[in-house]
Write a protein that binds this ligand. Structure first.
Ligand code: GLU
Length: 289
């Protein structure tokens, strides 16, 4: 159920594993414009569950870049690394429903279990987890395992609850023009990792827990995360969390049409600033002047 009776709440939720680039600037400005248009709030959340890749100076960099861009957000900044207990509690709830299972499989073990050439792939292009260890007890108190979602049980749970699989509302469009009421398809991702081996949560779990805890009513983000929404809705159904409206915006590509990425070392806002480009020019270039 969307929060129809309260002020809309939007959020921008970057991960501090590189400097922000034009794609992030677009997402932040898009979210700010949408929040203003709706007379709502805009929150900032730092998604730093990856305590190895997230670096403190990159968090400072995000705040500096957003400030330079002229972005104003409401309330306290939420840092995910300060809320692992919330994610643990949610994982325990899922576990109590019987929809998670421990999976000690290594990448090599998974690779060996499949015919990589012909194996079905998830929307990010990775082979779908072949279900090793699903329905099996793992030995003793081995803590070196991830917890995966048994997506078949999750579908059954949703069917039982609603008599149908859940849907989500896309108010803009997915990569293939998906819009309006979208049928949730957990099988696109298979048995996703909900609790990683190296950290007591995952992107998918913490994002839904936080969106609910922060009262987020509108999720605005890039189209690259459109298909992740299928997993997010399943988790919301299982955890009985409210359903936000989704709005996946276009991605900003480089001159060759390739999606911008931190790992490819694409030009950061910092480097644009140092090259003498003004925030106004960036906003104008992105269509938010
Ligand atoms: N932290 C994610 C990213 O930087 C975005 C999460 C979201 O908007 O749901 O790609």
């Amino acid at each position: 159920m969307a929060h129809a009776d309260k002020r809309p709440v939007f959020r921008f939720a970057p991960s501090p594993n590189g400097r922000l680039h034009l794609g992030h600037a677009y997402s932040a400005l898009f979210t700010q414009a949408a929040a203003r248009h709706a007379g709502g709030e805009m929150l900032l959340r730092i998604e730093d569950i990856d305590t190895v890749r997230s670096r403190e100076e990159l968090v400072d960099g995000i705040l500096e870049d957003l400030d330079w861009l002229g972005l104003r957000y409401d309330g306290e900044v939420r840092r995910q690394s300060e809320h692992f207990d919330d994610y643990r509690a949610a994982a325990e709830r899922l576990n109590a429903l019987g929809v998670l299972y421990p999976c000690p499989a290594t990448r090599a073990e998974i690779r060996n279990a499949i015919d990589e050439e012909n194996h079905p792939r998830d929307p990010d292009g990775s082979p779908i987890y072949p279900g090793l260890y699903r329905g099996k007890e793992t030995s003793g108190d081995n803590t070196d395992h991830a917890m995966r979602l048994n997506h078949v049980l999750a579908i059954q749970f949703a069917m039982h609850k609603y008599g149908r699989i859940a849907t989500f509302t896309e108010s803009l469009a997915g990569p293939q023009g998906e819009t309006g009421l979208v049928q949730v398809r957990p099988e696109l991702w298979g048995d996703v990792v909900i609790v990683r081996k190296d950290t007591p949560t995952s992107y998918n779990l913490s994002v839904v827990v936080d969106d609910a805890l922060q009262g987020v009513t509108h999720v605005t983000r890039g189209q690259d995360l459109f298909y992740a929404t299928h997993v997010h809705r399943v988790l919301q159904v299982l955890l009985e969390l409210p359903e936000p409206v989704y709005c996946h915006h276009k991605l900003i590509n480089d001159d060759t049409g390739r999606k911008l990425s931190k790992s490819a070392g694409d030009r950061s806002l910092k480097s644009l600033r140092e090259a003498g480009i003004s925030a106004e020019q960036v906003r104008e270039e992105l269509g938010f002047s």
